[in-house]
Design a protein. Sequence first.
Length: 182
Amino acid sequence: MVKSFTILFLFILMTQASASIKDKIIQNLKATNNLSFNFEQNVNGRTQNGNCTLSFPKKIFCEYNLENNKILVSNGKSIAIKTSTSYYLYPLKRTPLSLILDKDFLIKKIQDLNERKIDNKFVNFKFFENDFEISIFFDIKNYNLIGWQTTDIYQNLSITFISSVKRNQKLKINLFSLPKQN
């Protein structure tokens, strides 16, 4: 009887600890209006880096550390990728970023998912939505977003690590305006 009670007690403690991590991540997301960060992105083995500012919901501005002056901008509806020689414009809803940049969507997903702890450093939530496989990663100590991994309908793997995260900064009003074509 005592052994059964001890096992039940340990199970309840583990469940509460697990729920508290999830709850803290959700509370941290709810309190976040925007993030500025450095990133390193690996798309199918090709690595790029730079810095980004994202603003919930669905806005992002990224400058890449490349000679071609690459920028990526979403105004919440469309996403533009501009370099010194090219310009691409897509509906945001056709990209995994439409889900990653939607804080309310992420919170709902996290509430419904079981987290996976990785090396007692990271917390991961994985889901499938609109033909995308998405994994979101958070720091287990401060509950900050630290990256994501996506696989699109063409099986392109994209891994993004973020660092030097600053929350709720004052942003320029027109930061998320789509750039003009070349």
